[in-house]
Structures are given as C-alpha cells and as structure tokens.
Write a new protein. Structure first.
Lengths: 735, 320
C-alpha cells in the first residue's frame, strides 16, 4: 500500500511539473501567431500537448516514436494535403514535397521552401522540445533555466516587437512559481526521505504554496509599478546605427517611414516607425490602396495632371480598375483612423464600392489616380471612422494569359510614359528578362520574379539616392541592387513600360498585423493594426478585358490579391500556358492555392522584415531544429553513451571493455555529483556510492574490477553478474 | 571467494580471537602486530604505561607456541645482558656460551629507551643482522625472530631516546591508546577473578609460522600498486615539512607490510587500500621533520595524511 501511494505520488508530481512545462512552452508558441505568418497555431499546440502526453506516459521508444510520427503526419495532412491520408497520391505528394525541398535546401534557395516543409521542421522541433522539456523538468528536475529563458523571451518580444506580453508574463509568472514550488518540494522529498502516507497529507504543503503564489501574484499585480526607467531601446538602437544615404544631392539623409504625398525624389534610408495609423476590421488581410502615380521623372513619381475630384452621391464609388470578367467576392469592413494620424485621403481595398462615414462628410473621388478625399464640416474635424463595402477581386490566370495586348489608346497615352534620358540598358535588361515569355502575364511575372533571383537585397538602411545625372531605376538595377519597396516597384513599372506594357505605380499600406479584437468589434471580422511601418508601394499592370492587376516585386512580400487557375481548363489545354505551368510545378501543393501559398511564405509590412521575412523564418526554423537536436544530443549524452557501452559490453567480454565500462560508470557518477576524490580508493568510493543508492552493487562490481586491476586476472564465470551489476548501477545513476 | 593456496590463513583469525579475549578493543594494534610478525619485521609500541603493551606481546607469544623472552631495559643493563655471555666451566675447563634473551623467537624489549645507547644497539644490531657477535663469535638468532619493543614517551628524565636513523629498524610504530569506557568495564569484569591470559592456548607452532611467512611473500602486488607506493614515498622526500624523507628501505617495508595485511584479510593480492591504511604506521617514524614544521605543530602523520589524500589511486590499466 505504501509502495503504491509513493509511486502514485511520484506520478502526480511528475505530471504537475510537466504540465507547467507545457504551459510555459505554450507561452513560447503564442507570439508566433502575431509576429510571424504562422497560421493554425492550435494544431501546433495540440501536437505539442500530444507529444507531452506520450512522454509522460513513459512508453517504450518503439511505441512512442511511431505515435509521435503518426501525429506529425496527421497534422501535416490536416493542414496541407487534401488527398486521403496514406493513399497513393498522398504519399506521392509528400514525396514530391520532400524531394523539392531538399533540392531547394541543397541549393540554399531558402525562400523557395514550401510551407509544408517548414511546418514539418517546426513540428520536429516541437517534438524535440517535448523531449527536452521532459528531460529538464522530470528527469533532471532543473527547471529554472527554462523559466528564466521564458521570461527573457517574453520581455524581449514585448520590447522589440508588436507583441504585447502584459498578460502572458503574468501567466508565465504564476506557472513558473507553481513549477518551481512543486519541483523544489519533489527534490526535498527525495533528499530528506520525508514520507507522506497518502495524497491527502500533501495538501498540508500544497495549500501554503497556493497561498504564497496567489498572494505574490496579487501583490505583483496590484502594487504600483515604476514607469520604465530607461527610454524605449528601439529608437535608441536605430538612431545609433550608422546613417545612410550617399547621394550627391537630393533629399538624402534618413527619413521616417510612412505615407507621404511627395514622391518626386525617391531614395535614401529610413528609420522604422511603429506608430499606429489606422485599424481595420475586415475578414481577410489585404493591401490598402491610396492613390496611383503615372509620371516617372527619373528621380521619382509625379502626377500628369492635378486630380479632378468629383463629389459622390451617397458615398458609392466606382473606380473602373477591373472589368466585369473578373471574379469578385462582396465583403465589408470598418476602418478607424488613429486620432493623431492626419490623412486627407482615405485608404481602401481593391474593389471598393461604397464608403459610409459620419453624417455631413462628403467624399470626393478622383477617378484617374484612384484617390478618395474627404471634406468634413469645420466643426466636425477630421474623419476618424468609416465603413467600407467592396468586391474583393481574384484573377484567373487563364484569363490573364489570354488577355492579349490590344490596349485602349487612352491607357497607352497615360501609362507608357518614360523620361527621355532613361538609360537604354534598362530597356535592354527588360527585353532580356522577357525574351522567352510569350504572353503579357508571363512577361509581367518574369519581371516580378527577376528581383528574387539576381542578388537583390531588401534593406532600409544604406539606401542610395540617385545623383544629379543618375536615374533612380538605373542606379538600383545596375549599381546598388539594394533598397526597399519604392526601388522595386518603380523599377518594375519602368521596365514594363519599356516593353510597351501599360503599368502604374501604387501607394498605400500593407495589411498590417492581427491584433486582439477591440470592444466594439464585429463578429466574424478580424482586427488589423496598420502602422507607419506598413507604408508600401507596388505595381499595377493593365490587361485588356481584365483591367488593372496588382503585382508585388518587392522581396519578402507577396502579391496582395489571389490568382487562381481554372482546374478543368488546365486539364483541357495543358499546352496553352507553358511558362505558367512550369511555375506551378515548382511549387507542389494544392493547385488552387497558389496565391495563398505565396502569402504564407512572404511578409507583412515594409518595415517588419526581421520577423516576417519568409527567408529568415525558414532559416530560423532549420537552425532551431539543428540547435535543438544538438542540445538534446548533448544533454542526453550519458544515455546514448551508456547504450553504446552496454552494446559493446554485451558483444565483447574482455578486460579492456570491462575497464571502459567501469570508467564510464565513474564518469557518469561524477556527472551526477558523486565524484571520486583523488586520494579515494575504489573500495572506499564504492561504499560511498552504495550508501547513497542503498545497495551492494557498486561494492560487488568494484571487487571484480579490483581483481582485474590489481590481481591481473578476470573470472569469466562472473561475467554475467558483472554485466548485470553494471547495468543496474547505470540505470540507477541515470534515473 | 578465491582459490589461492594459503594453508594457515584460518589460524590467523584464531590468534586475533585470542588477543581479543585478553585485551579488549585493541583489534588494530593486534592486527598490526601480526602484520609485522608475518612480514618478518619488528614493532615499536609507544604509549603510556598500563595500556596493555606488554599484555599484547605476551598474548601474542602465548598464542604462537614460540620461545618467548623478555628484557626489561634499565640504565645499568649491559649489552651482554641482551646477547649473552661466555662463562668458564670449571668441569669442562673451557668457556661456554650462555645465550641472552635475544635468542628467543619472540622478544619483548620493555622500555627500550631507558637503557644506554650501547645496550640499545646490541638489540638493534641483532634485529638488523639476524645474528649477534659475542667474544668474536657470530651467533645466529632463532627463526622466526620477532621483537616488540615498547617505550614510554612521557618520561624523559634518565632516558636515552632512540636515534632517528635507527628507528627504521622497526617495520611499524604503533600506539595503543586508552580503551573506551565500555571496553574498560568489560576488561574489569574479565580480570576480576583470574587473568584471561592463563586460559588461552597456542594455535600456531613455529613451523607453521615459518610457512605463513613464506606464503606472505607470495602475495601478488601489481605494478600499478607499486607505483602508488613510490608516489607516496617520493612525496615524503619532496615535502617541505620533511627534513629527511622516507628511504627506499621504507618503500620495501611498506610493500612487505601491505602483503602481510592482504594475507591476513584472506586476499592473495594487494589493494591500494592496504597501502593507504598502513602508510602512517610504516612511514611516520621514518620521517624527520624540519624545525619549522615542528614549531608549527606539524607531525609526520599529518604529512602522510596530506600525501595520501593527493596521491592518485590507480584506476586503470594500460592494455596494449
């Protein structure tokens, strides 16, 4: 009875410590949803929990490994693979993925790694973590390091990213206190050999612990707190970094990121600015358009004419950016401007149909440049909230491929303009890029993809400003190859124009970051925070019978709108669109989700590259898996080393192996804090070890070893005994 | 446990049991005395009077069925009182040698520091050479030959301390120490009517003892244990507290003693444990301290203790 209750008690302690470990690890996972493009976080959390349960049940490895692997495949199947699980096609798809990704890894083509593979790596990392946590929390009962790391992680994220760790840190605090308390008690029990006759008595200790935790949490929560004693380190760090801009003249210097009216002189570095511009409650994340520009001057963008604003009746808006052939989906949303962010123009999604704000506000629409201005009565001040209705477009790749190149004259007049002194090599380069492409869509995609493959670097610091006789696009394409969205979008627009493809430059914001819902949020809509760092520019290309289609040349960003392919049509005419198909094949996966695929791999806001860039994210996961594996191998070195020695011991019964095994045992015991002192004889040491283990094994094993060492003889009849004694001791030392 | 061919090993424990009957709680000096006996060495017992030094020797002698002689050293004792004299025999008309007490198998030299150096050296020479010279004739001593000398460290008046260089004639130097209260009580009870020494019987005869001494030499000592001995001994020579360290004779003594100790414990090979245990008894009296060390209160035992805790125990063997 006593034995039963003791093992049961042990199980309860193990479970509670390990559960705390799970909650702490969960705190590590939570920010991923906010900071990265990780979707389906719950699947990852569930898988982590699954691994934890398997670990705590202490199964044999031949049972636990297949279970965990099965769970891993199940999660991947649910997230990425539409085929029936374990069907022929399923395996084939998985095989294709693995083959493709290993190829990409071998080419160090990190950006091309598919989401499935990244998720696979991440799941393996979680698997390793579950084991690592089991080792830390249950076996070695050393949890402080992980607790400390958790706090450092949360505070760093809170300081340097948009992640708000106010609640998480309180949760982590409480969980950590519980974990530390329980593990300390557990250790104390072992050391002092205190015996509790049953679980009931434990309450004598659990109650004070609970009281202490509750009290300290409450005091910590309610007590007055000092304001930050140091200034926010982010602006400090960015301000001390070397300033950029090496233009001979022009604006130069460092600007602050954000939306501005004047784009006549582009270039130069900027610093991040995370201040909020507006919040949007919409169903899905998408880009926010403000206006377009049509005249490229060689230094920046200007308008060909002054905007002509027309008052709209009842707020309905009809920009004719897309033709009726394009599929749309009707959606609604609310935009709320930050009161201190003054804007004379509204932000709106593609396919905007209607704007509705407060009473008495007039909306002025300029059709040519696609801008919406507001005119509010004097006493009302600026507009701070308005509702939008829009038909979100998604473009058929087949339709785009068939679009042809018969542009209306008006479009040709306005959107093929180029400065007279544009160097010829820009046009030549564009010609080279598209030399093998036939359709306009393929040509545009080729130019869009060009930047990904030819050594271009996304950076916001040390960005050049064109000199007096230099062209902004020419400088970026041939000299610096480093810059941000304006460089990429302007270059693409200009290159397309040299090819005779009408294109224009668009300004606005990216989709922002998912934030917790505010009080007045509407059911079914997500709340996105858009900051100055999300200011962005991209490209629109005209396709006859389709209209203006946005493209995204900037590295680390993905095209804001969905492209789809009609599956039946593709099967009917496989040869019509060779290039496009080729691209499809490069990315195995669900054929209909090409757009979505890209979305996941790419980034968010212009300025948040560090945490959102797909490239970094993949490298980080690969590195984390490798580091995690290395750490586990290191921490469990005595486990696998003892397995190795045991194997050797079984196969080869020689004095040499016996000596190796015995010395390994000494090393292991030293590692466990039972080291032999220099002048201590083996026999004295064996007594000491046996006293600790309450056994006779070490003395018996040592007697045999002494005979070998000091008598120079081994008794082969004893070999079985020796092996058994050694294994017992190893087990005891490792437990 | 082991299948070695020691014949008389079991008898050793009988001797120890005998001693334990007579002197309560003196297992350690008893065992160590046996170590010296089996290793063909001699013992110097140093302690205050009345703790059982003489009783220990007498019990040992009685258990061994050997010729036991006792010399009480006094300042007026002459060398010839130890070695013996030639006396004129009027009947035979010639000198006849009458052997002294040194011609016994087991000799108790009581209060050895009370006699003159001349007489002391007569004994010490015998211990070293296994023979004595009387009137120009060399007389072989008996075999086995075992001397247990005692000295009283308290009284200095009228004593002649043994020269340090001669102390290493003794294999071991022991202290008896007082018994615990419990042991003393037990002792009073035992001796209240008759002394228990009258009840004990000899368990080993002379021939058996010689065989045992030969067997002890057969005990195996591995090279790595020998190296351990060398480590300790050379340590004493390099220690800053030692004016003179242990001589090679000390290394040999330690080896012999360790073999005997292993034999007593029914083992046919020597452990570092044996060496470590015996080192203070074998080596301490062979170290001469510097005057600074003496002034600081450092003893030879402390030096050996320090060396033992630093000397590395051999735990691996080199396999080619």
């Amino acid at each position: 009875m006593a034995l039963f209750s003791s093992s049961k008690r042990q199980l309860v302690f193990r479970m509670s410590i390990y559960l705390c470990g799970f909650f702490l690890l969960w705190e590590w996972l939570r920010p991923l949803e906010t900071l990265t493009d990780t979707g389906s976080l719950s699947a990852f959390v569930l898988y982590t929990g699954f691994c934890f349960i398997i670990s705590v049940l202490n199964m044999k490895w031949w049972l636990s490994v297949p279970l965990k692997l099965g769970g891993l495949l199940f999660v991947l199947d649910g997230l990425f693979i539409s085929e029936t699980m374990f069907s022929k096609g399923w395996f084939y798809l998985l095989y294709l993925h693995l083959q493709y990704n290993f190829e990409m890894i071998s080419r160090q083509n990190w950006t091309e790694i598919t989401p499935l593979f990244r998720s696979l790596l991440f799941l393996i990392l979680l698997w390793l973590m579950s084991y690592l946590m089991y080792y830390w929390f249950v076996i070695s009962k050393r949890i402080f390091l992980f607790v400390l790391l958790t706090f450092i992680y949360l505070t760093v994220l809170d300081t340097f990213t948009a992640y708000e760790a106010n609640t998480p840190i309180v949760r982590a605090f409480i969980v950590s206190l519980i974990a530390l308390g329980v593990s300390n008690f557990y250790k104390e029990l072992g050391r002092e050999a205190v015996t509790f006759t049953g679980l009931k008595r434990v309450s004598a200790w659990v109650l004070p612990l609970a009281a202490v935790i509750a009290f300290s949490s409450l005091v910590g929560f309610a007590a007055p707190k000092l304001d930050p004693q140091w200034p926010d380190p982010v602006p400090y760090l960015t301000s001390t970094s070397p300033d950029a801009g090496f233009g001979e003249e022009g604006t130069g210097g460092v600007q602050k990121v954000g939306y501005g009216e004047d784009d006549s002189r582009l270039g130069g570095s900027f610093v991040q600015d995370d201040s909020l511009v507006f919040q949007a409650q919409v169903e899905e994340k998408h880009y926010w358009r403000i206006e377009t520009k049509d005249i490229y001057t060689g230094k920046g963008w200007e308008r060909s004419t002054e905007p002509e604003y027309n008052l709209t009746s009842d707020g309905s808006i009809d920009f004719d950016t897309i033709e009726s052939t394009v599929e749309t989906e009707s959606l609604q949303g609310i935009v709320t401007f930050q009161s201190n962010a003054f804007f004379s123009k509204l932000v709106y999604p593609y396919g905007i149909k209607q704007v509705e704000g407060e009473e008495g506000v007039n909306y002025l629409v300029d059709d040519q440049f696609g801008s919406i201005a507001v005119e509010a009565p004097e006493e009302q001040g600026i507009v701070d909230q308005y509702q939008i209705s829009y038909d979100k477009p998604s473009y058929s790749i087949d339709l785009l491929s068939e679009a042809g190149d018969e542009d209306p004259q008006a479009i040709k007049d306005d959107y093929l303009q180029l400065p007279e002194d544009l160097p010829d090599r820009v046009g030549n380069l564009a010609g080279q890029i598209v030399s093998e492409e036939e359709t306009r869509y393929d040509q545009v995609k080729a130019v869009e993809q060009y930047f990904n493959r030819n050594g271009f670097v996304y950076q916001t610091e040390d960005v050049a400003v064109p000199g007096r006789n230099q062209d902004y696009v020419d400088q970026f394409l041939f000299e610096t190859k480093a810059g941000y969205c304006d460089n990429y979008s302007t270059s693409m627009t200009v290159m397309l124009r040299t090819l005779g493809i009408p294109a224009r430059w668009v300004k606005g914001f990216t989709g922002g970051e998912l934030a917790s819902a505010s009080d007045d949020s509407i059911e079914g809509l997500n709340n996105y925070k858009v900051t100055n760092s999300n200011a962005h520019s991209w490209v629109e290309v005209y396709f006859p019978e389709v209209g203006w289609v946005p493209f995204e040349p900037t590295q680390g960003f993905s095209n804001p709108v969905d492209f789809y392919r009609d599956v039946n049509q593709e099967e009917d005419s496989p040869d019509t669109d060779e290039a496009a198909e080729q691209e499809e094949q490069e990315r195995p996966g669900n054929q209909q989700e090409v757009g979505a695929d890209e979305d996941e791999s790419a980034a968010e806001g212009d300025a948040n590259v560090q945490f959102t860039d797909g490239w970094n994210w993949t490298v980080a996961v690969v590195a984390a898996v490798l580091v995690g594996a290395a750490v586990i191998i290191y921490l469990t070195r005595y486990h696998w080393m003892s397995a190795w020695v045991r194997r050797k011991f079984h196969h080869q019964q020689t004095p040499q192996v016996y000596q190796e095994a015995y010395l390994f045992l000494l090393k292991l015991l030293t590692h466990k804090g039972m080291g032999r002192q220099e002048g201590q004889t083996l026999r004295e040491y064996a007594f000491q070890v046996d006293k600790r283990f309450e056994s006779q094994d070490m003395v018996r094993l040592t007697h045999q070893y002494e005979r070998m060492l000091y008598r120079n003889e081994t008794d082969s009849a004893q070999w079985g005994d020796i092996t058994e004694l050694w294994e017992n001791l190893i087990k005891r030392a490792l437990s | 446990m082991t299948q070695h061919a020691f014949l008389y090993n079991s008898k050793i424990s009988k001797v120890l049991r005998n001693i334990n009957q007579v002197i309560v709680g003196k297992d350690e000096p008893a065992t160590l005395s046996l170590v010296a006996l089996l290793a063909e060495g001699h013992v110097l017992l140093e302690d205050v009077p009345g703790v059982g030094k003489t009783m220990l020797v007498r019990t040992l002698a009685k258990s061994l069925d050997c010729d036991f002689k006792r010399i009480q050293f006094t300042p007026d004792l002459l060398p010839s009182d130890v070695t013996g004299v030639s006396i004129y025999n009027p009947k035979e008309l010639e000198f006849e040698f009458r052997g002294g007490p040194i011609l016994g198998n087991i000799v108790l030299a009581d209060e050895i520091n009370r006699t003159s150096p001349k007489t002391q050296s007569a004994l010490l020479e015998g211990m070293e050479e296994n023979s004595v010279t009387v009137d120009g004739n060399t007389i072989e001593l008996k075999h086995p030959f075992f001397v247990m000398a005692t000295q009283n460290p308290i009284e200095y008046e009228g004593t002649y301390p043994l020269p340090e260089a001669q102390l290493d004639r003794f294999l071991l130097k022991l202290k008896m120490g007082y018994p615990t209260a419990q042991e003393e009580l037990q002792m009073l009870e035992k001796t209240s009517k008759t002394h228990p020494i009258n009840d004990i019987e000899a368990v080993i005869d002379k021939e058996e003892l010689v065989t045992i001494q030969r067997e002890v030499k057969e005990v195996y000592m591995d090279q790595n244990v020998q190296r351990y001995i060398i480590d300790i001994v050379t340590g004493t020579r390099e220690h800053r507290g030692a004016y003179l360290g242990v001589s090679p004779r000390g290394s040999i003594a330690l080896m012999k003693a360790a073999k005997a100790y292993a034999y007593i414990h029914d083992r046919d090979y020597v452990l570092p444990d044996d060496v470590k245990y015996l080192a203070p008894f074998v080596l301490a009296h062979r170290i001469i301290l510097t005057s600074e060390a003496k002034f600081e209160g450092i003893t030879a035992e402390m030096i050996i203790e320090e060396l033992l805790s630093n000397a590395s125990i051999p735990v691996r063997k080199e396999y080619s």
